[in-house]
Design a protein around this ligand. Structure first.
Ligand SMILES: [Zn+2]
Length: 130
């Protein structure tokens, strides 16, 4: 765990485990600190870890000029009650989204005062995504 980065990131229930600087920006490897998740099928709290899988989402820059991504370790559990596997969900990123909710909010807020081409340039995103 990297306490300072976990604090700066400020996402509930999330620890920054490690970080990596690339030419493009900063990648923070994050994971929920709870060792359990609730089964969406039957509501049982499960601690039976089935497997891990990581994916990248764009987040707000930690410093103003660097792109920041989260490499989220989304854990898959196997429910001890109903036996079904399930993956944990995070309240700060929508299902199958490649950016966090708070990042999307900032892009949308910028669009109110600007246009697609400008916002795309400013965030170094494609106009399609914006
Ligand atoms: Zn279950």
């Amino acid at each position: 765990m990297v306490p300072l980065l976990t604090e700066l990131l400020g996402l509930p229930g999330i620890d920054v485990e490690s970080y990596e600087e690339t030419e493009d920006g900063l990648i923070l490897s994050v994971e929920a600190y709870s060792d359990a998740a609730r089964c969406p099928h039957c509501g049982t709290l499960s601690r039976h870890l089935h497997q891990n899988h990581g994916y990248l989402v764009r987040d707000l820059p930690i410093s103003h000029y660097r792109k920041t991504w989260l490499r989220i370790n989304r854990r898959q559990f196997k429910c001890s009650m109903c036996g079904k596997p399930f993956s944990e969900d995070f309240e700060f990123v929508g299902v199958r989204r490649v950016y966090t909710d708070r990042y999307a909010e900032v892009v949308v807020a910028d669009l109110i005062h600007s246009d697609t081409a400008n916002v795309a340039r400013q965030h170094r995103l494609s106009e399609d995504i914006v």
